[in-house]
Design a protein around this ligand. Sequence first.
Ligand SMILES: Cc1ncc(COP(=O)(O)O)c(C=O)c1O
Length: 389
Amino acid sequence: MRADDVNQMGLGTRAVHAGQHPDPATGAVMTPIYQTSTYAQAAPGNHKGHEYGRVTNPTRSALEGNLAGLEGTRHGICFSSGVAATDAVARCLRPGDHILASNDLYGGTYRLFRQVHKPFGLDSDFVDMSDVSNVERAIRPETRLLWIETPTNPLVRVVDIQALTDLAHSRGIAVAVDNTFATPVLQRPAALGADLVVHSTTKYLGGHSDVIGGAVCTNSDEWAEKLRFLVKSTGAVPGPMDCFLTLRGTKTLEVRMQRHCSNAQAVAEFLEADARVAHVHYPGLPSFEGHDLAAQQMDGFGGMVSFLLHDDRIEAAYRVLSSTKVFTLAESLGGVESLMNHPATMTHASIPPEERRAAGLHDALIRLSVGIETPDDLIRDLDQALSKA
Ligand SMILES: Cc1ncc(COP(=O)(O)O)c(C=O)c1O
C-alpha cells in the first residue's frame, strides 16, 4: 500500500501496515532482518539507497515508517534506547540554553539532563506541569525546550499538552512530549502541536520486555535533519534484530493497549476500594485530579497505576513488593507481563531524595505496570500481597 493511503487509515491498520512493504528482493511479507553492516555499490556513490549500517538499515527504515505512521508525523528516527533518543534531542540545543521539564518524570531523564548535559552548559529545571501557571513562571529567556511527560512517571499526573504547546510556541520554545506511557494509541502529541514525540520503544511499543530501543517522531524537517545528523555522527542506533522485534510489537499495539487499560482500571478500582490502601494514582478513576483532562486528551487511561498504603512505612511497602506471585518485582514497564516497582530505590533513585519528596513522590510509593493477564488473577495476587503488609 502507498504510504499516503495507509496514513489515511485507522490506527489499527497503520500499526500493521505503515512503513511495511513486501521485500523487493523476495516478496517476503514481513520485513526481513537485514543483518548487514554495509551495502554494495555498483560505482562510487551508485547504490540502492543504503551505504553503511550506522546511517541506515532497511529493517530500521521500516520501523521508522511504522512509528511515524502511528504518531501521524512525517518523520520517525530510531535510537538504541529511549535515553539515547532523549540525549539526541538535548544535543540539538546549545550551551547556555535551558530545558524546562516535568518534575515527576523518568529518573534517567533527570540524570541525563542534570549529570550529563549540565556540565556542558545546558541547564534544566523541573516543575509540576499539571499546573500551566507553574510553567509560565519557570520559563526563562534562555528556555529553548519544554520536556513534557504525560501521564508522568510514577504519579501518572496528566499535563495539558495543547495548553503548554500554545504557551511555549508563543515564546518561541520547542516542545517535546515523552509519549512512552500513553503510546500513540491513547495520545498523539504531534496533533496537539508538539514539535517532538519521544519514545522508549522498550516499553509498550516493543511490548514484550525483550528489546531496548527509542525513537523521536516529528513533523519538522529541520528537527529531523538535525536528529539524523546525530544518528550518523554519534551512532546510538538500534540493531536490525531489535528493530524487527519492535516492529513485531507495534503491530499488536492497539489490541494490547485496550487490555492494558481495562486491566489497569480493574486493578485501580480494587485498590481504591481496599481499606489497606490510602491513595491510588490512576487517571481512569473519577476521583483522580487529572481525570477530566485525561478523558479529553487521551483515548484511554493507560496501564500504569501507583499507590500508597495506609501503613506508609517503607518496610510495609517492601513486604508487598516481595509477596506477589503474578506481578514480578522489576524495573521497566509496558510488557505483556505485570511488573511491580519501587520508584524510590529503583527507577527514580537517581533523583535526590529531597527533590523526589518535593515533587510528591513518597518513599513508600509502589508502581504497577499492569499487564494483559486475566484481571481476576492480578487482583487476587495484589489482595494476598496486601495482606502481608
Ligand atoms: C517515560 C520513560 N522515558 C524514557 C525512558 C528511557 O528509556 P530506555 O530505558 O529505553 O532508555 C524510560 C525508561 O524507563 C521511561 O520510563
